[in-house]
Ligand binder design. Sequence first.
Ligand SMILES: [Zn+2]
Length: 350
Amino acid sequence: MLRKYIRDPLHIIDHSGITVNEDLGYEEKPMRIIDMQSLFCHWWRVCKNGLATKENLFKRNCAESGYCPICNKQLESVEHLLFECDWVRPVWFRCEFGYKVSWSETQSILKWSCQMMENFTDSKECNLSFSSIAWIGWFVWKERNEFVFSQKPVDPLSTLHRAGLAKKEFDARSISQGTDHSHRLRSPQQREDYWKRPAAGNFKINCDVAIHNGSDCASIAAILWDSNGRLLDGVVKKIVCSSSLQGEALACRLACQLALARNLAGVEIEGDNKSVIHLSVSELDPPWDCGAIFFDIKHLAQHLNLTLSWRPRAANKAAHWVAQASLRNALPLDWLSFPPLALMALLRLA
Ligand SMILES: [Zn+2]
């Protein structure tokens, strides 16, 4: 009941005069990102299917159709809008991760984001990569809205450029204000610890092992890169090993075998186990259970003129990631054709 209302029978609300436009909807115009929280908040809304996509508006009777206004081929879900639409694919492919979108029907952005986060072992790298993804997501959304509300044609290159520029400016501002920590990853001292591309025209193979805690089950991986940092080939194998040295040695042999299979001479092979590299390039006697493995490594290294060198673990993360993903049975079958974003992210600073 309304307080202090003095009843008057002449007071009648006339409903008949209210006309509602049948096309009534609402416009959502993102303006700008002011801090990292807003950026991650936007990504959170993406994960929770909270964007005003045509599909969502149609379900609420706020749009005439749920189809994508850009391609008109599919329902405009958040997944379609941000990853699958024909114009968006080149944005992801041309970004620093070189991500080829391979979206299964059952996959949601939330699930994809969670899997991505699980794949990172370093929280700083995880934040850094996620901020790049979130910037691209934000600008794809903005570009799509400009198409819908201002009929401005979509342009993948300009979207990518704007996202890169905004991220750069934002990072520079954060660094000058002392609120950013990601730049530490790019300091010259620390870059020494990162994977480096082979010299122009050369190839590099990184190898590593991941061993299951408390058991002799392990996975070994060897991955081949060219001088442009492109992933060319890779092998993973589940093995049983009696010691970590044996596992590391088997990974090194796998790298040599990959060079042989590809008929590549003069390849740089990198591993993060000093003992294995030392035993492979010296005349020292290896432990008896590794003798045959080192014999093979030396033979292949000599035959193919391979260079074996030790690198810190931080510079060998990609091979470790592949071995670990294989051990957890979490390595997608198409990891070579569609490298997971987490794997590509490990090399983005190279
Ligand atoms: Zn579309």
